[in-house]
Write a protein that binds this ligand. Structure first.
Ligand code: AMP
Length: 176
C-alpha cells in the first residue's frame, strides 16, 4: 500500500546502532494516510460483533482508539506495569536484554468478549504474544491481532498465528 508505505519514516540506528526504526508519527500526521490506515485496519471487522479493541501502549492507543470508535467498540489499554490505577493482571515478556511486564485492568473485559488487538508494529511478536495471553487470562476471545507494520523476517506474525490468532498487517518491511 504505497500511500501508507510512503508515509512511514525510517530512522536508521535508532534507538541503537543496527535498528531501522519505523516511525509512524509521519503517517499519523498526514490526514489521508492516517484515515486510510484506520479504514484498512477496520475493514475486515466491519459488521462483525467486536465488543472491545485492546491497544498496546503507546502507539497502539492512537490507532486502537480510532479503530474502536469506527467499530462502535470499547477501548481497553494494555500498559507497562505500574501505570494502571485499578487492580490488574500482569504478564512478563522478553526484551532484547531482560524482561518487562505489561498489565490490563482485571475488570476490563468480560468472559466471551470478542476482542481485536492493535499495535503499530510487530517485530519478534514478544509484545503481542504477552498481550494475547493477558486477554485470554480474562477469558476474552482474541479475534485477530492487527498492525500497520510487519517485519516478517523477525517471525512475529507466525508466532502469533501459532497461538491461533489471525494476524492482519498493512505494510511490511524486509530486515529488522
Ligand atoms: P516485538 O515485541 O519484538 O514484536 O516488538 C514490537 C514492539 O516494539 C512494538 O510496540 C513496536 O512499537 C516496537 N518496535 C520494535 N521494533 C521496531 C522498529 N524497528 N521500529 C519501530 N518500532 C519498533
Amino acid at each position: 500500500m504505497k500511500l501508507l508505505r510512503d508515509a512511514i519514516r525510517t530512522i536508521p540506528d535508532y534507538p541503537k546502532p543496527g535498528i531501522m526504526f519505523r516511525d509512524i508519527s509521519t503517517l499519523l500526521g498526514e490526514p489521508r494516510a492516517f484515515r486510510r490506515a484506520v479504514d484498512e485496519l477496520v475493514q475486515p471487522f466491519a459488521g462483525q460483533r467486536i465488543s472491545k479493541v485492546a491497544g498496546i501502549e503507546a502507539r497502539g492507543f492512537i490507532l486502537g482508539g480510532a479503530v474502536a470508535h469506527q467499530l462502535s467498540a470499547g477501548f481497553v489499554p494494555i500498559r507497562k506495569k505500574g501505570k494502571l490505577p485499578h487492580r490488574c493482571v500482569r504478564m512478563a515478556y522478553d526484551l532484547e536484554y531482560g524482561t518487562d511486564e505489561m498489565e490490563i485492568h482485571v475488570d476490563a473485559l468480560r468472559p466471551g468478549d470478542e476482542v481485536i488487538l492493535v499495535d503499530d508494529l510487530i517485530a519478534t511478536g514478544g509484545t503481542a504474544e504477552a498481550a494475547v495471553k493477558l486477554l485470554r487470562k480474562l477469558d476474552a476471545k482474541v479475534v485477530a491481532a492487527c498492525f500497520v507494520i510487519d517485519l516478517p523476517d523477525l517471525g512475529g506474525a507466525k508466532r502469533i498465528e501459532a497461538l491461533g490468532v489471525p494476524v492482519r498487517s498493512l505494510v511490511d518491511f524486509a530486515g529488522h
